[in-house]
Design a protein around this ligand. Sequence first.
Ligand code: FE
Ligand code: MN
Length: 336
Amino acid sequence: MSSPEKTILFNSSTDPNKILPIKYHWARTHYKSGVANNWTPDEVNMQRDIEQWKAPNTLTEDERRVILWNMGFFSTAESLTANNIVLTVYKHITNPECRQYLLRQAYEEAIHTDTFIYCCDSLGLDPEEVYSMYNTIPSIHEKDDFVVSLTKSLMDPDFAVTDTASAQKLIHDLVGYYVIMEGIFFYAGFVMMLSFLRRNTMVGVGEQFQYILRDESVHLAFGADLINAIVQENPGVWTPEFKQELVDLIKQAVVLEEKYAEDALPKGILGLNADAVKQYVRYVADRRLERIGLDIQYKDENPFPWMSEIIDLKKEKNFFETRVTEYQSSGSLNWD
Ligand code: FE
Ligand code: MN
């Protein structure tokens, strides 16, 4: 009556081309959320941003730097993420409903890359300057390097998941891609860029980051569900030592993200200072830890309750009144 029980790992008996019957409904749900959230950058009007960017006194030097740095970080981080999904995660995760989601995520990463092309074009930014920040800004370089170094096992062409140790390596790298890169390293940048939107300044760029944030929330929900499913099916991987190793990695990531916040906001900008952003990073890291069943480490309050309101997009239209596109509320944003 039923085909062999599907599992995420050690599944040589399951057919990667046979998606029905679906076992992992969360993967299907995230796929449908992605489709419901569909957007493209050229839907966002940039006219006011262009005027504000070119006007001599609308933005301070510090504010311009914050915008440029976040463009610089995200522009490389988005393609790094796309490469990770297509070249490594897709190879090792053969379950068809997870793969359907991974294809959707890869498309969304292409949209995010397109956002930076569109922003560079409309604001007249120098692409060389934006892209070279990966090399020229130390705290951006360190974040990218950290992710690249902690996701090395999956990049090895001979890597295969054959036993508990290799399953732990896979989880370790998934934590690097989803929990750390998309779940922590994006969030100081999100809060900085959305603070402009909140002040009704550079609203087009802010909206684009808001849509990216909405997509990323689903990406990391998928990543966490994937990690949790693997752990649930292979409880032997979840040793106290391995859990501690993951907690330590996440704590290292928090230090790097705090440093990025300090460097990007040496004097603070209107409504935002480095200490509050660092607190937000710690708050977000605790949410990521608990989402994958690890002990929270920081116990900070959320210093930016308005971020939760922005993430809850049902309120978005009334909040900013900048766009006419109808949003579909897919119920996918229940955690930030
Ligand atoms: Fe992305
Ligand atoms: Mn993503």
